[in-house]
Design a protein around this ligand. Structure first.
Ligand code: EPZ
Length: 422
């Protein structure tokens, strides 16, 4: 297991470019299962989670060619094998292979796509949605088997999600896109990554209309090949913005979409963090002599509310804010674990319940040997290490590589002193 060793640096500075959204690109690779011929995706980050989904489909006969951040996908020779269970279990996103595999081959078997440190990650919403659409689901041991015969093509069916789920919405979207029938999704997730997937599918010839949380799909066989530029990763952009604010740095974040970060920027305003935005950049101007950051509270909800994936980085920022800040994590049941790692660095944190914590600042963080529990917590601890006044060692660097491309090289370019030790 590699680790990062971070030597404190007073501030960062300069420019850093954001890459394409991991959670959009993965779903478009899954969507290519419905498309014979060469699909080209631009702005695809070179990260472990993307490589894993590629490995799964390559083992089934899919062909991939990466040219920098462009990924060429050709699924023409995909075989109806079961996706490799070991690889599927390593990455939650593999659950979205079910929808397109069912539409193309009529059956698929996968193990539970694995929980992780942030929560149990159930798939009951996915199973119920597929059963509503006429899919037979068999559970045997750790595996789920799905069967579908397109005999009820005529009926319009609505899937009403009792809880908003990003990948469950995407799974039904991908399933419906490959069938000649009309499907309506109610209470759908509308994260920018979901809307970007809809844009991709429309280019492929699927008739999709989205009105608030209702999505109407009339799918088709033989989708058209697509060239598509993946939407910028708002979570990477937000994490870098929080990193700049926490280290009192002036940083220009390029190739991002500030419109996707409204809830974060509203919180920055409340905290007195200075920033400016353009069409595709976000400039954080919190120079060391700047005014003190004020405490605030966040409560995570589905988009467009405050994103759960930016909750952990905010935990570090709150250690540098004057006063008592509150965190309420409403999406995942174990997403406050990283706070224990911050406490090892001297953060003043009261964990009130499994969902709530109070952070008092500003506190000086000192370096420690800490664990990057999952990919977002890993990025969080990188921010804490940059804020700390002594050297920090972060284990399991691979967890950070899952979601952030060449992170140490890119952070070094803006002044961080970070070394990867194998
Ligand atoms: C997606 O996870 C993202 N992952 C997550 O990003 C993100 O945090 C999350 O959406 C919320 O925005 C991918 O897109 C690969 P959910 P997902 O289904 O779809 C419950 C990252 O680091 N639920 O929207 O798994 C679930 O437990 C990751 O990039 C059920 O109860 O999240 C949670 O409480 C972390 N039953 C809530 O719904 C289900 O069948 C929202 O989960 C599915 C979900």
């Amino acid at each position: 297991m590699a680790k990062f060793i971070i030597t404190p640096k007073p501030t960062l500075g300069g420019e850093i470019a954001v890459l394409g959204a991991k959670n959009a690109a993965i779903k478009m690779i899954a969507a290519s299962i419905l498309i014979d011929g060469k699909t080209s995706l631009e702005n695809v980050p070179d990260i472990l989670d993307i490589q894993k989904i590629i490995n799964i489909l390559e083992k089934m006969g899919g062909k991939f060619r990466r040219l920098g951040h462009e990924l060429e996908v050709d699924i023409t020779t995909l075989r109806p094998d079961d996706p490799d269970p070991t690889l599927v279990a390593q990455i939650r996103a593999s659950i979205v292979l079910v929808g397109p595999m069912l539409a193309r081959f009529g059956r698929v078997r996968i193990p539970h796509p694995g929980g992780c440190t942030i929560g149990s990650r159930p798939i009951d919403l996915h199973l119920k949605a597929f059963q509503t659409l006429g899919v037979e689901v068999k559970v045997n041991g750790p595996n789920y088997e799905f069967f579908y015969h397109d005999e009820n093509a005529s009926s319009v069916v609505s899937v009403d999600f009792e809880k908003i789920s990003v990948t469950a919405t995407e799974n039904v979207l991908l399933f419906a896109s490959g069938l000649q029938r009309e499907i309506i999704i109610n209470n759908a997730a509308i994260e920018p990554e979901v809307l970007d997937l809809i844009e991709f599918l429309k280019k492929a010839g699927v008739d999709i209309s989205q009105d608030g949380r209702q999505i109407r799909i009339i799918g088709r066989k033989n989708l058209k090949t697509v060239r598509h530029r993946v939407v910028p990763d708002r979570i990477e952009a937000g994490t870098l913005a929080i990193m700049a604010a926490a280290t009192k740095s002036s940083l220009k974040i390029l190739n991002c979409n500030p419109d996707h970060l409204k809830s974060l920027l509203k919180k920055f305003q409340e905290m007195g963090i200075k920033f400016a935005t353009g069409e595709n950049f976000l400039y954080i101007n919190d120079s060391p002599g700047g005014s003190r950051i004020k405490a605030a509270s966040i409560s995570t909800t589905e988009y467009p509310g405050f994103p759960t994936d930016l909750q952990p980085p905010m935990g570090v920022l709150f250690t540098q804010a004057a006063g008592k800040s509150m965190i309420e994590e409403n999406i995942f049941e174990h997403r406050l674990e990283y706070l224990k790692e911050l406490q090892k660095m001297g953060a003043k944190i009261k964990i009130l319940t499994a969902k709530k914590a109070e952070i008092t600042g500003p506190t000086v963080l000192s370096g420690a040997k800490i664990e990057s529990l999952d990919l977002r917590a890993g990025a969080t601890l990188l921010i804490a290490a940059l804020v700390a006044n002594t050297k920090t060692e972060i284990n399991h660097a691979e967890n950070i590589d899952r979601g952030y491309e060449k992170i140490e090289t890119r952070l070094e370019k803006i002044g961080a002193k970070i070394q990867r030790v194998r």
